[in-house]
Write a protein that binds this ligand. Structure first.
Ligand code: ADP
Ligand code: MG
Length: 466
């Protein structure tokens, strides 16, 4: 079934466009122009994507700087791909296939009196920053995300601003970015001419710093002035970055004052955002705050079924999906990754998907899931290490000799498990999430100031991980 012929069809071309778009958005324009624009696609052979660059230098750069990322993006686009290969030199095909960007000047951009991005580039950048698969249609709703989903839909469909901002938060891989992209796609498709700007907080900071460096803050600010919907993903990134926060705060207020919709995501609630200025923190909580919890079994199964249905020519037995939903509990991203691996493998070797092949294929992943530390194990290990009673992990005793190890255990629970702060609090004798927060912060401070203490904690962490 699998051949080594070079395949280059429209689907692969489309995938390549998206991969390039993503890299462009992630690496920035300068790096893209220098290193990635010259990268061309030959096609797919066996499980490898074959790409081509003009020189060995470029090949080294691409592989060392974004080889992993390139591979991940390709694997995300095409379940049949397992690796990338970069060749050096020209092919004849490359000479005839030049990149032609259709220039459309009819996109209704207003004239500016200082240089701004080309409208075509801007439209490209919009599409490039969004994942085409992250739509509402592809989002499976369950108990743990229904509130966030309803809020996102509401924002996407509303004609006027109802709550501002919408703040979505939850652990990694639970669908925050998916929901934000879904809002963007929806707004763009339903309301022609509405300007939606989606950006990670990291990108916001990067652009801001660059604007400062090139004394171009006018254009930077202008970019936001004209948008109807602004979305900033992973806001926690600008924690501790004071001037970026300041700038963001102004941008945010300006938009809210003009009744423009703002959507923000973060890995924790506004009030728990450490290193964030108080006024910004409180401002972020003014609208609607919606959290996404880790998916429960039903939702995990639902997501797998929806995913499997996208590959109608591969039959996946229900018990395989149930097995995966049961075993891969960490987050949706890993769940999807597991299914992709199974599908890709079976497609490549041309054998049907079975429970046995799944177990075989995912052996390391499953072991890692099994090995994930529990809060109970952490408490036990830490109590042993500091020679205190296990019961004191949950007791109310406040003496430092007991409270400190307890805080260390909280810190490790935060780092090594995917439990939320309130969940951790509950496991420590029903403590409040702010107490956990405080404990984590305290340990971080002590580690920063006291190398011996840091070493001790790191040792515990390593022991728990192994
Ligand atoms: P986050 O931004 O919260 O870290 P993402 O939005 O990137 O997470 O989601 C990780 C992956 O899981 C994405 O591929 C996304 O499409 C998928 N995913 C998450 N939640 C759902 C869901 N409810 N239905 C379908 N896919 C989901
Ligand atoms: Mg995300």
């Amino acid at each position: 079934m699998a051949t080594n012929a070079l395949i280059l069809d429209q689907a692969v071309e489309e995938q390549w466009k998206r991969v390039r778009g993503r890299l462009r958005a992630e690496l920035g324009e300068a790096a893209f122009k220098t290193w990635l624009r010259p990268l061309s696609l030959d096609g797919v052979a066996g499980g490898d994507v074959v790409m081509r660059v003009p020189s060995g230098n470029m090949k080294d750069w691409v592989l060392s700087r974004c080889g992993e990322r390139l591979k991940d993006l390709w694997c995300g686009e095409n379940a049949g791909i397992t690796g990338i290969a970069i060749k050096v030199g020209q092919t004849e095909r490359r000479a005839v296939r030049r990149e032609v960007v259709p220039v459309r000047r009819d996109m209704g951009m207003v004239a500016h009196d200082h240089p701004v991005a080309d409208p075509v580039e801007e439209a490209d950048a919009f599409a490039a920053s969004l994942d085409p698969r992250f739509t509402f249609d592809n989002f499976v709703v369950g108990k743990t995300n229904e509130f966030a989903h309803a809020a996102a839909r509401r924002v996407a469909e509303a004609d006027s601003v109802t709550f501002n901002p919408l703040f979505l938060y939850g652990g990694v891989g639970l669908g925050k970015t998916h929901l934000m992209h879904a809002i963007a796609w929806h707004v763009r498709s339903k309301k022609q001419g509405r300007k939606v700007l989606y950006m990670s907080a990291e990108k916001f900071m990067y652009k801001f710093i660059r604007a400062l460096r090139y004394k171009d803050t006018m254009a930077f600010k202008d970019q936001f002035r004209a948008v109807d919907v602004l979305m900033i993903d992973d806001i926690q990134f600008i924690a501790g970055k004071d001037s970026t926060q300041e700038e963001f705060f102004h941008t945010f207020n300006a938009l809210v004052d003009q009744a423009r919709q703002v959507v923000i995501s973060g890995d924790r609630s506004p009030s728990d955002l450490d290193g964030m200025e108080e006024r910004l923190r409180s401002r972020l909580g003014w609208g609607l705050v919606a959290d996404i919890h880790p998916a429960d079994y039903e939702l995990r199964l639902g997501i797998l079924q929806a995913k499997a249905a996208q590959f109608p020519d591969v039959a996946v037995p229900p018990r395989v999906l149930e097995f995966l939903a049961h075993k891969v509990t960490s987050n949706v991203r890993e769940l999807e990754g597991a299914l992709n691996r199974v599908l890709a493998h079976c497609q490549l070797v041309g054998r049907p998907v079975t429970l046995e092949s799944t177990q075989d294929l995912l052996r390391d992943l499953l072991r890692a899931q099994d090995r994930r530390v529990t809060i109970e194990e952490i408490q036990k290990k830490v109590a042993e290490h500091f020679n205190i009673r296990l019961a004191d992990m949950v007791s109310a005793r406040k003496q430092r000799a007991i409270a400190r190890p307890r805080q260390i255990a909280m810190y490790l629970a935060k780092r090594l498990t995917s439990r939320s702060l309130p969940e951790i609090g509950r496991k420590f004798g029903g403590r409040d999430h702010t107490t956990v927060m405080h404990g984590v912060k305290k340990v971080e401070e002590l580690m920063a100031g006291d190398p011996a203490f840091a070493e001790d904690v790191e040792l515990l962490e390593r022991m728990l991980e192994s």
